[in-house]
Ligand binder design. Structure first.
Ligand code: HPA
Ligand code: ZN
Length: 336
């Protein structure tokens, strides 16, 4: 079996995915039309042509603009359902997705509208597509901690639907420590914690996420390689890093996938996972991320299996669920 075919078929888990980042231009135009909202581009191609980013902020500006057309519960349902159908075709069997409530509540769409649409689609995906899921609420770090606290309060009636909280948006100048109190409160309330750190920001932000916020997972985390003591700590504690290769490439975090330090990270025994981040904007979902990295770094089937298994190990499934999914992966690897 060709490696690419092997990658396409292997049962995978995704751990770093922003649902707003799965908004494909075609669906964006469709939803904009029914909500009578204007898009700054006259057609799908013109919009796609704008997807050229020099850094994280240039992407975020377009990403937040795109999310502006989402108004009704059904819009959030359609967005999430389209993502689930896409990953079903790529043999993703478990996904842990972020949603950014403040992106919507700040423009007058209620928290309830957003979460009900997303959750209903995730439930349908679980029943009809067999994709298990976890929902993670992410705070926007360019906003203040008071706004994050307000969002946490809005989430309380939906505690059963949200397993964890995260931290995303503009990293530079917005260190994890800015959110110390709200993460402490979220932890007391029983939420699992993760944070974007070390994407554009320094290794110091990863230390802060670990030591000040007490996260149990790091989203991205590429910059850990600048700090030997940090690498040792991450490896010792087996803190998962949710890497996003095509995102890093498109946001100029790296110049070339051939320079992607994945093998180095694996040699350091880091618990690394591959993910798509914002696939509608960065040119690929899970399969494309794996395939392009495998090609660039000449990965073997055995290395692909390790990466896939890492994702299930790093997930927020129970030990029993992990064992069950890992057995499915082993079974696939043994017969292919
Ligand atoms: N980094 C920070 N914030 C984000 C990202 C990202 O890659 N995607 C969506 N929000
Ligand atoms: Zn992200």
């Amino acid at each position: 079996m060709l490696l690419e075919e092997f990658i396409r078929g292997i049962p995978k888990a995704e751990l770093h995915l922003h649902i707003e980042g799965t908004f494909e231009p075609e669906l964006m135009f469709e939803i904009a039309k029914r909500n009578e909202k204007k898009i700054n581009y006259s057609n799908v191609q013109e919009l796609k042509n704008a997807y050229k980013f020099n850094n994280l902020q240039e992407f975020l500006d377009i990403y937040y603009a795109g999310a502006n057309v989402l108004i009704e519960e059904q819009d959030f349902y359609d967005l999430t359902w389209a993502y689930l159908k896409k990953i079903k075709a790529q043999h993703v069997i478990h996904t842990e997705i972020f949603f950014d409530p403040q992106t919507h509540t700040d423009r007058g769409v209620s928290f309830d509208t957003v979460i009900r649409g997303v959750h209903r689609a995730l439930e349908d995906g679980s029943e009809q597509l067999g994709i298990s899921y976890k929902l993670i609420m992410s705070f926007l770090r360019h906003l203040d901690e008071a706004s994050a606290f307000k969002t946490l309060e809005q989430a309380m009636p939906y505690k059963d639907w949200i397993v964890g909280v995260g931290l995303d948006s503009s990293e530079l100048g917005n260190p994890p420590s800015k959110f110390k109190n709200v993460f402490t409160k979220a932890r007391e309330e029983g939420f699992l914690l993760t944070a974007h750190a070390g994407e554009e920001g320094p290794a110091e932000y990863i230390w802060e996420a670990l030591d000040v916020l007490n996260v149990i997972r790091i989203d991205h985390g590429n910059r850990c390689l600048d700090d030997t003591a940090l690498v040792t700590e991450l490896a010792k504690r087996q803190i998962p890093l949710t890497l996003c290769p095509l995102s890093n490439l498109e946001l100029q975090v790296i110049k070339n996938l051939k320079d992607y330090p994945l093998k180095k990270m694996m040699e350091h025994h880091l618990l690394v996972t591959l993910n798509s981040d914002d696939p509608a904007y960065f040119g690929g979902y899970m399969t494309e991320n794996y395939v392009q990295v495998a090609r660039a770094l000449n990965l073997s089937k055995a290395e692909i299996v390790i990466l896939v298994k890492n994702s299930f190990k790093a997930s927020w499934l129970t030990a029993e669920e992990k064992a069950q999914k890992l057995a499915i992966v082993d079974n696939y690897a043994n017969v292919n």
